[in-house]
Design a protein around this ligand. Structure first.
Ligand SMILES: Cc1cc2nc3c(=O)[nH]c(=O)nc-3n(C[C@H](O)[C@H](O)[C@H](O)COP(=O)(O)O)c2cc1C
Length: 312
C-alpha cells in the first residue's frame, strides 16, 4: 500500500507474522528506470516472502524492472491492475488496464520469460460500466494464456472518473460472489480475495472457497491481527507479546537511524500496535507527538513505553 508498506512497515509486520506474504507499495517501472532503483528496492532479508508490486504496462520498462527485482531477491512480481488514481490512469496503468487484457498479458509473458519468479496480478472485479463477470473473465483468461496463475482480486469495481482513490475503496460495493465464481470456473488458479476483510472469521469463510486472503487497511489499523492470522492459519503456538515486538524493533530502529532513516517513518507502522489495549492512546499520542521532531531518537520509543505503562 502506497505510503504504508515501505520497508520499515514490512520489517515490523514480519515480526508479527512469519508466514504472511508481504507486498511492497506499488513502484512504477518508470521510477525504477529513472529514479534511485537501489533505494526503491531496498528491503531487509527477514522480509521474505516479499513481492514487489510493479506499476506499468510497457514491457520495455517492466522487463528490466522485474529483472532487477529478481536479482535483488524479491520472491514475486505482482502487476498492479487495481489502482484507480488519475496519475496512474494518465500513465496508462493500474485499474484502467482491465480494459486492455492483451496489453497486460503481453507484459506477463515478457516478464515471465525474463525472470524465474512468479508473476501475479492484482486486479479489481471491473471498471466503470464494465462490471459484469464476463468482463473479469475475459481479463483473467487472456492472462492465463500468458502464464499467470495467481490473481489477487479486490472484490469491488473501480470508478475511474469522479471518485478519489479513497472513495474507490469504499463506495463501489464489495461483491465477493464475483471472486468466488472466478475460483469455481478456474479451480486450478490461485485466487486471493481482498477488500473489507477485518476478522479471522471472515478469513475462514473466504478460505472455504478461495485460496488466500489479502488484508489491506486492517493490517495497519490493527497490526495485531497479523499475529492472530499467523496463529489461526499457520502456527497454532504463535503467541508473541506486544512488548517483545517493540524490543525487537529497537535494534532495527537504531541500526537504521545510524544510516540516516527517520524515526517517524519507522514508528508509524507501530502506532496501532496496542490498539484495543489499556494505554493505547497514550502510546500513540506520545509517539506521534515526538517521533516527528527534528533529531528524534530511540528515546522517543522508551518514553512512549513509559506513557503506556503509566496508564496500563
Ligand atoms: C493507503 C492505501 C494505499 C494503497 N496502495 C496500494 C498499492 O500501492 N497497490 C495496490 O495494489 N493496492 C493499494 N491499495 C489498495 C489495497 O491493497 C486494497 O486493495 C484495498 O485497500 C482494499 O482492501 P482492504 O479493505 O483490506 O483495505 C492501497 C490502499 C490504501 C488504503
Amino acid at each position: 500500500m502506497m505510503d504504508w508498506t515501505d520497508r520499515h512497515c514490512r520489517y515490523f509486520m514480519r515480526l508479527l507474522s512469519p508466514n504472511a506474504k508481504l507486498f511492497t507499495e506499488m513502484i512504477t517501472a518508470q521510477a525504477l528506470k529513472f529514479g534511485n532503483a537501489e533505494k526503491l528496492l531496498q528491503y531487509d532479508s527477514t522480509e521474505h516472502p516479499v513481492a514487489l508490486q510493479l506499476g506499468g504496462c510497457d514491457p520495455e520498462l517492466m522487463v528490466p524492472a522485474a529483472k532487477v527485482a529478481a536479482t535483488k531477491g524479491y520472491d514475486e512480481i505482482n502487476i498492479n491492475v487495481g489502482c484507480p488514481s488519475d496519475r496512474v490512469r494518465q500513465g496508462q496503468f493500474g485499474a484502467c488496464l482491465m480494459s486492455k487484457p492483451n496489453l497486460v498479458a503481453n507484459c506477463v509473458e515478457s516478464i515471465r520469460s525474463a525472470v524465474n519468479i512468479p508473476v501475479t496480478i492484482k486486479t479489481r472485479i471491473g471498471i466503470d460500466d464494465n462490471d459484469n463477470y464476463a468482463f473479469l473473465r475475459t481479463f483473467v483468461q487472456a492472462n492465463i494464456s500468458a502464464g499467470c496463475s495467481t490473481f489477487i482480486v479486490h472484490a469491488r469495481k473501480a470508478i475511474l472518473q469522479g471518485l478519489s482513490p479513497k472513495e474507490n475503496r469504499t463506495i463501489p460495493p464489495l461483491m465477493y460472489e464475483r471472486v468466488y465464481t472466478l475460483k469455481k470456473e478456474f479451480p486450478d488458479l490461485e485466487i486471493i480475495i481482498n477488500g473489507g476483510i477485518k476478522t479471522i472469521e471472515q478469513c475462514r469463510q473466504h478460505l472455504e472457497i478461495v485460496d488466500g486472503v489479502m488484508i489491506g487497511r486492517q493490517a495497519y489499523r490493527n497490526p495485531w491481527l497479523l499475529t492472530e492470522l499467523e496463529a489461526n492459519f499457520c502456527q497454532p503456538d504463535w503467541r508473541p507479546n506486544r512488548l517483545e515486538i517493540v524490543e525487537k524493533m529497537v535494534p532495527y530502529i537504531e541500526r537504521n537511524l545510524n544510516t540516516g532513516a527517520l524515526l517517524k517513518h519507522m514508528v508509524r507502522p507501530m502506532l496501532g500496535l496496542f490498539s484495543g489495549q489499556p494505554g493505547a492512546r497514550a502510546w500513540r499520542r506520545s509517539l506521534s507527538e515526538n517521533a516527528y521532531k527534528k533529531d528524534a531518537g530511540i528515546n522517543v520509543l522508551y518514553e512512549a513505553l513509559g506513557k503506556l505503562s503509566a496508564v496500563a
